[in-house]
Design a binder for this molecule. Structure first.
Ligand SMILES: Nc1ncnc2c1ncn2[C@@H]1O[C@H](COP(=O)(O)OP(=O)(O)OP(=O)(O)O)[C@@H](O)[C@H]1O
Length: 626
């Protein structure tokens, strides 16, 4: 029998194929099954375009059978088959895709789902097999042929007998090596797993003989094994089904089945887009945070399918970082795949899908906030921080997408409120959106700096997470209202009269305050009479960009040690303490230094900052006591 040679380039290409195109050997099965599915599709297409033919779905299937003893795995189908010439052309020439040719010859409509296009998938069989044998009988032909190859050396073709139309591919599975247990590809369980993973949504049944056991008829205690043919794939992908046919439970099952998470998802989003780009997507907002979410191990991304065939487990390009918690999948027929189907060209289509998906997630979250607030709050408690990081990162590029999704605890509502709700409640004369920062809501509520704003009846937003103020600074304003920290120098609250009064206060006590500043030296920028304090004797305010809360966050960063807020020590001149200060200033310089240091450290404590010298501080207190 004459042995035909692969063309020279083909030899090299075959070698490349076997060794480097696919990163996982198991995908060989996906490729062969996809070919079978294409072959059935082709018959189906013929029947659609020829009135003399009919297509009975039950006659079409793909069967996978393993024979452990002989180390063979075969994949057979009742598809269109191949003639002698086709075997030669399609399997003898690498990178010749009969499927692609079929598509263009028949001018198939765009939305017909043939998978093959590169003409290389078949050769993936050589990753796991020493010999590949193809028996095929073409549709409309009486003759069958056997194509056989041991890889790069070439192939043979000879006539053979085959009862039915279709193709049967038999792989002689390689012997196990130290690196690879090829025998796994003969195990029922492993094969089922691979089929489920990659080919679950192939539209024709993929059958396998499955070993099961049942109680013996005469003795229920004992079991006997028996073999039954089963369809392994679910065939109709849930995302192609009509939403009205599906229940919440269906979506939850899909979430579990796909191992998107162990929790019950908080919300699912099912969307099908049929425009310039076509895709189906099922997305989930998890109810709990993945345990590794804020670690390097966490990989964002959605599963990506092309026509029901899994291409990529985690396609990161489909999700922006700020929505990295979203799980789910996208199936599109419009993607330009590269030959390994593992990496996609970072193409326009992918970008467009990402943009659409991002918009969809945002709208769905906004709807949740509007229509099911409790659920939104539940979501926000878990992933709100990620949204705030999103506002802050990339120089605030995404702030417009995210600002409407933010929520903060409100002093007056005593619950989380959105910025829109805050602004819509603002009295006309209120210039700013006020916020206060601190460790917890309870601590912020007691901050002396909040007194004057609260006295005016204005709502204050409480920032308790380190990212809060950074995000808000990036936002700068919301609906043209600027944000204002209640500790910042100018709160925009005093009337002209109050301003004059304060100036007088300042000049009357200039010498005392100058002296106090001298005692504290560069620990503070200024000491002055407070306009904001009501009942408390002392507090800090800040000037400039860095607030005290930001100073605390920066101090914890490796290169933020030098960053300090410009602190102003504010004294309540209506408090009895002020009289004591004045008295000391007139009579006892040492006492003034003692009181000044004590007041300074009190302000430090109120802010939750560390006392520079705790021993000195306690000694100072003792001095006052005795
Ligand atoms: N089971 C089959 N039945 C009928 N024809 C087949 C079968 N398997 C392969 N072919 C033919 O062989 C060709 C080459 O297959 P191969 O898997 O190498 O490439 P492909 O499926 O066209 O493209 P891709 O590399 O994108 O999978 C196919 O296009 C098809 O014409």
């Amino acid at each position: 029998m004459e042995k035909k040679q692969f063309q020279a380039e083909s030899k090299r290409l075959l070698d490349l194929m076997i060794n480097s195109i696919y990163s996982q050997k198991e995908v060989f099965l996906r490729e062969l099954i996809s070919n079978s599915s294409d072959a059935i599709d082709k018959i189906y297409y013929k029947t659609l375009t020829d009135d003399a033919l009919s297509f009975n779905r039950d006659d079409y299937y793909i069967k996978v059978s393993a024979d452990k003893e002989n180390r063979t795995l075969s994949i057979s189908d009742s598809g269109i088959g191949m003639t002698k010439e086709e075997l030669e052309e399609n399997l003898g020439t690498i990178a010749r895709s009969g499927s692609l040719a079929f598509k263009s010859e028949t001018e198939m409509e765009e939305d017909f789902d043939i998978i093959g296009q590169f003409g290389v998938g078949f050769y993936a069989a050589f990753m796991v097999a020493d010999t590949v044998t193809v028996l095929s009988k073409a549709f409309g032909s009486e003759e069958a042929y056997k194509w056989e190859s041991e890889g790069a050396e070439g192939y043979t073709i000879q006539p053979t007998e085959k009862a039915d139309i279709g193709t049967e591919i038999t792989l002689k599975i390689k012997e196990d090596t130290e690196e690879e247990t090829y025998s796994d590809f003969l195990e029922e369980f492993r094969l089922q797993e691979i089929i489920k993973k990659y080919s679950d949504f192939i539209r024709y049944p993929i059958k396998m003989d499955v070993t099961k056991s049942k109680p013996k008829e005469d003795n229920e205690e004992e079991y006997v094994d028996y073999v039954e043919e089963e369809t392994i794939n679910s065939m109709v992908p849930i995302w192609r089904k009509n939403k009205s046919e599906l229940t919440d439970e269906d979506y939850e099952n899909f979430y579990q089945e796909k191992h998107y998470g162990f929790d019950k998802p908080l919300k699912h989003i099912h969307t099908s887009v049929d425009g310039t780009i076509r895709y189906h997507a099922i997305l989930y907002i998890p109810a709990t945070m993945p345990f590794d979410y804020y670690s390097k191990e966490y990989e964002k991304g959605l599963e990506l399918y092309s026509n029901g065939v899994l291409i990529m487990n985690k396609c990161a390009d489909l999700l922006p970082d700020y929505f990295s918690f979203v799980k789910g999948m996208v199936d599109s027929e419009d993607l330009s795949l590269n030959i390994s189907r593992e990496m996609l060209q970072h193409d326009r289509q992918l970008k467009m899908i990402e943009k659409n998906i991002t918009r969809k997630i945002k709208t769905e979250l906004q709807n949740l906030l509007k229509n099911d607030r409790d659920k939104y709050v539940q979501f926000y408690d878990v992933f709100g921080r990620q949204l705030k990081y999103g506002v802050y990162s990339d120089f605030g590029q995404h702030k417009n997408v995210l600002q409407d999704l933010l929520m903060f605890y409100s002093s007056t509502e005593e619950k989380l409120v959105s910025l829109d709700e805050y602004v819509s409640r603002m009295p006309e004369e209120q210039k700013y959106i006020y916020y206060a920062t601190g460790e917890s809501n309870e601590r912020i509520a007691k901050l002396p700096q909040t007194e004057i704003v609260a006295d005016k009846g204005y709502e204050i937003l409480y920032f308790t997470e380190d990212v809060d103020e950074f995000a808000i600074r990036m936002l700068m304003n919301y609906k043209e209202k600027e944000f204002k920290n209640v500790s910042s120098g100018d709160l925009g609250l005093e009337s002209e009269e109050e301003k004059k009064e304060a100036e007088k206060e300042a000049s009357d006590n200039k010498e005392l305050f100058d002296k106090m500043k001298e005692i504290l030296s560069d620990k503070v920028k200024e000491v002055k009479a407070s306009k904001r304090l009501r009942s408390h004797p002392v507090c800090f305010s800040t000037e400039g960009e860095v607030s005290i809360e930001m100073e605390k966050v920066m101090q914890q960063m490796p290169d933020g040690q030098g960053v300090k807020a410009d602190k102003v020590l504010e004294i309540n001149v209506n408090h009895d303490v002020f009289n004591a200060l004045k008295d000391a200033f007139d009579k006892d310089e040492e006492k003034l230094a003692l009181y000044t240091n004590l007041l300074y450290n009190q302000a430090i404590l109120i802010e939750g900052l560390p006392i520079g010298d705790p021993v000195e501080f306690t000694n100072d207190i003792c001095k006052v006591m005795v």
